[in-house]
Ligand binder design. Structure first.
Ligand code: SF4
Length: 414
């Protein structure tokens, strides 16, 4: 397996979060100087040509998103960097913030130059105090060195709601309101912060920008696949020997990745399943994992998604009914409550799986679970409910026998 380090290049260097060490390793140098010599539109073109995709879950082309920002608006433009990162299994952005915050700040400066923004916000969960402190320390150092003379960077602490990672909910929260997703416009347009044009991108996306400006679009396209160029930081948790965050180029085999970085399944057990992209992506069976490639297109082709690259690895002893119950508790807790199918559907699903787990369920309950799941699909403001629906369907579709094993009529509890 080929190892490629673009964003994680300095992670293993001692004190890599400090300005002194970051500068000694090239921060605020080539990429920033090159960017400041370019016109904003030229930078956007380079990002478009690089094929950089948003690394916060959706995988939308970053350059297309940047080009939605008006270049000659009489309103101020803003950048909002999404570091809400609240999904179980996803913890890669926190690695960037704790190991190389200056890479993120450099990416912010280049992005702000490209979209003509003078103020960037980094939205981070309130609970991540230790990461906020590291990040604020890095921002303060950059201010002291005069590196931010054209741009201000402010950390905005969220109150700890999963849905605030959804970009319009994030902006609602930044405006001081409840973090509720907004209805989507019919046509493509940028996001709006207090009615001002705003670009929302995730931490890793912005941290990838300095490399692209320094090495050119082609330099980035040397890695990954045609449609998913470059790399992603994959976060691996669960039943592997070496859990952690490791960078790999798109297109890498999923099992190669798990063996190479994770050391395979712990205690000599067999692989049973993997949730590939954070808690809201469809589960894959061991057979599917052996064939899977880590890129957006491949995972979509088998009915799942790359999401945030948060791989949750499960061994042969994992109880799939308990695993789904665990996820449903989370979904029910985190539904923002605006849409009835989501607010009620997550709670009803959770209760049904609880009933099945208690040994009082039946095949009809499993079918009812699928019916409730159907009501959550395609009828809500944001994609949270459809994602929950898809996860329920994948668990039952691939592991129905485990749900049936709790059937009270057979009593064959596993
Ligand atoms: S789908 Fe769920 S999380 Fe999304 S807006 Fe509706 S209630 Fe809120």
């Amino acid at each position: 397996m080929r190892e490629v380090k673009i964003v994680s290049k300095h992670f293993s260097i001692k004190d890599s979060h400090t300005l002194k060490v970051a500068k000694a390793n090239g921060a605020y140098s080539n990429a920033l100087k090159k960017a400041y010599k370019l016109e904003p539109k030229q930078i956007i073109e380079i990002i478009k040509e690089s094929g950089l995709r948003g690394k916060g879950g959706g995988g939308a082309p970053a350059g297309e998103k940047w080009s939605l920002m008006p270049q000659d608006s009489d309103k101020p433009s803003f950048l909002a960097v999404n570091c809400d990162e609240s999904e179980p299994g996803t913890f890669k952005d926190r690695q960037i913030i704790s190991k190389d915050p200056h890479l993120l700040i450099e990416g912010i400066l280049i992005t702000c130059h490209a979209i003509k923004a003078k103020h960037a916000y980094i939205y981070i969960r309130g609970e991540y105090k230790q990461y906020q402190d590291i990040l604020q320390g890095a921002i303060d150092e950059a201010y002291t060195e005069g590196l931010l003379n054209n741009c201000d960077i402010t950390i905005h602490r969220g109150a700890g709601a999963y849905i605030c990672g959804e970009k319009s909910a994030l902006l609602e929260s930044m405006e001081g309101k409840r973090g509720h997703p907004r209805l989507k416009p019919k046509q493509k347009e940028c996001e709006w912060y207090f009615s001002n044009p705003t670009l929302v991108n995730n931490v890793e996306t912005i941290a990838s920008v300095p490399y692209i400006i320094d090495n050119g679009a082609e330099g980035y396209r040397k890695f990954g696949t045609d449609k998913s160029p470059g790399t992603l930081l994959f976060a691996m948790s669960g039943h592997v020997k070496n859990r952690g965050v490791y960078e790999a180029e798109f297109g890498t085999g999923m099992w190669d990745y798990i063996e190479h970085f994770g050391g395979g399944i712990r205690d000599g057990k067999k692989l049973k399943a993997v949730i590939p992209g954070g808690a809201s992506t469809d589960i894959l069976t061991a057979d599917e994992v052996m064939e899977a490639k880590l890129d957006y297109e491949y995972l979509r082709s088998i009915g799942s998604a790359l999401g945030t690259g948060g791989m949750i690895v499960m061994d042969e002893d994992t109880n799939m009914v308990e695993a789904l119950k665990n996820l449903l508790e989370f979904y029910h807790e985190e539904s923002c409550g605006q849409c009835t199918p989501c607010r009620e559907g997550t709670g009803l699903s959770d209760k049904l799986v609880e009933k099945i787990l208690s040994g009082n369920g039946s095949s009809e309950d499993i079918d009812e679970l699928l019916e409730i799941s159907d009501t959550m699909n395609g009828k809500t403001i944001c994609v949270f409910a459809p994602a929950v629906s898809s996860v329920i369907n994948s668990f039952i579709g691939k592991f129905r026998d485990e749900f049936e094993a709790y059937n009270k009529s057979t009593g064959a509890k596993i």
